[in-house]
Design a protein around this ligand. Structure first.
Ligand code: ATP
Ligand code: MG
Length: 425
């Protein structure tokens, strides 16, 4: 590893120490990708990445600056944060960043490390939605301060979004779909995800991910006074590099009658530290289940193609739309479609009754789903190129708002505006 040394004069190099009273908050479980141009900056970012404050983040780094970033994201989703070093000046820098914006997913925050200290340039960067601009040479603390500031500022958006998956009836495959989507978000979108199994007595997430953790969501919901991010962290079991599970106990000694707000604190903590939280909401109509759906950032309703599912789906969607007038409408998908000899209601009839097209129509495939369930595997692990595996990828993109990937323009974020105003004032 290249050793970092402060080459410039102290006044040219931003503060190398944390100022007295300054607190650089540890960053959540975000993904960061850095594209450097100089070995010095690369070394500094590497050091920052090893700091305790970035311990939860996943940092990848490569050389090549703007050009490498554009190339990297042409066909793949962008992480939570992109750091780009550029030695270009003025218009060259802005043109390069415009190319990055074209391949950048909305929600991704861009931090630029440049050479110029120029207020006109700052303004143009703000206009393009760049979240922060650091002037090289930078130190590890500058990097940490910038990344931490994106998430710790009082007005920063919470890092995490909840996606609730619920069945229109019992047994329609909602949990299977939730688990596969969580897995796809972590593997294909490179976003850290937690799957929370809210079916406390009978949940199957542990089985599906081949995990048998001794602790999980019950420990949290039964100890509300202990809930904070360190406590929830200890209850998570790691399934893959980016995927963790908040498992259900799946035991029957206790009953699980909760108040309507019993899970609020757990979800708040998860939202503050994990980009994507998939809630496997069982088919129930309790106070907490309804509240979980209404409060979710996005909803996927899973229905099988029969009349009871259609009626329930309509009721659930109507209720959710009325309770969430300013939100995206809930998505729904049809599952277990095409059972031999079974009369079924057609996707077009669902679309008419529910006033929107299904986000996916997943075929009935007992061989594939049965193998996955019995082996504790995901569909893509049983059959990587299967159409159903691709549908889970598609649903993962849709539900993380990464579908219209390559069109995020302007307004990536605004913290730099405040910074700029502070400077001007
Ligand atoms: N498309 C499919 N083809 C065949 N089998 C499927 C399909 N989708 C799910 N299954 C199977 O259906 C069964 C029920 O699935 P799952 O437990 O995910 O449903 P659920 O809606 O979560 O049920 P519950 O109401 O108990 O929470 C599982 O055995 C699963 O493997
Ligand atoms: Mg279930």
């Amino acid at each position: 590893m290249i050793k970092y040394s402060l080459k410039a004069e102290p006044e040219a190099a931003p503060a190398a120490d944390v100022a007295i009273g300054e607190h650089i908050a540890p960053v959540p479980r975000i993904s960061i990708q850095a594209f450097c141009e100089s070995a010095e900056t690369a070394a500094v970012i590497q050091i920052a990445g090893e700091d305790r404050r970035l311990a939860k983040a996943h940092l990848k780094m490569q050389m090549g600056g703007i050009a490498a970033a554009v190339e990297a994201y042409k066909n793949s989703p962008t992480p939570n944060v992109i750091m780009i070093e550029s030695e270009s000046r003025g218009d060259d820098l802005l043109t390069g960043l415009d190319q990055v914006a074209e391949v950048c997913d909305s929600g991704t925050r861009v931090v630029v490390i440049g050479r110029m200290n120029d207020v006109v340039l700052y303004r143009e960067l703000v206009r393009r939605g760049v979240s922060d601009y650091l002037i090289a040479p930078v130190g590890p603390l500058d990097v940490m301060r910038a990344v931490s500031g994106l998430f710790a500022a009082p007005d920063a958006k919470p890092v995490g979004r909840t996606i609730a998956v619920v069945g229109a009836k019992g047994g329609v495959g909602a949990s299977t779909i939730a688990h596969n989507i969580g897995w796809a978000i972590a593997r294909d979108l490179w976003l850290d995800a937690v799957v929370a199994d809210l079916d406390l007595p009978f949940g199957t997430a542990g089985l599906d991910y081949n995990q048998d953790p001794p602790q999980g969501i019950a420990d949290a919901v039964h100890s509300p006074e202990r809930i904070d991010s360190a406590f929830i962290d200890r209850l998570l079991s790691s399934c893959t590099e980016h995927l963790s599970l908040l498992a259900a106990p799946a035991t029957l000694e206790r009953v699980y009658d909760f108040g309507a707000d019993a899970f609020d604190a757990i979800f708040d903590v998860l939202r503050s530290s994990v980009p994507c939280i998939v809630l496997d909401v069982t088919h129930l109509w309790t106070g907490w289940a309804r509240r979980t759906l209404i409060a979710a950032d996005d909803i996927l309703l899973v229905a099988a193609p029969d009349l009871a599912n259609l009626r329930n789906a309509k009721n659930i969607i109507d209720l959710l739309r009325a309770s969430r007038p300013n939100d995206r409408r809930p998505h729904y998908c049809l599952n277990q479609v095409g059972v031999p000899k079974r009369p079924e209601i057609k996707p077009a009839d669902f679309a008419k009754a529910l006033e929107s097209e299904p986000a996916a129509v997943i075929g009935f495939d007992p061989q594939l789903f049965g193998t996955a369930a019995n082996n504790g595997q995901m569909i893509a692990e049983v059959s990587a190129r299967h159409r159903t595996a691709e549908m889970f990828q598609h649903l993962a993109q849709l539900l993380t708002a990464r579908s219209e990937t390559k069109r995020a323009k302007g307004g990536l974020l605004t913290p730099l505006i405040e910074k700029l105003m502070g400077r001007k004032a």
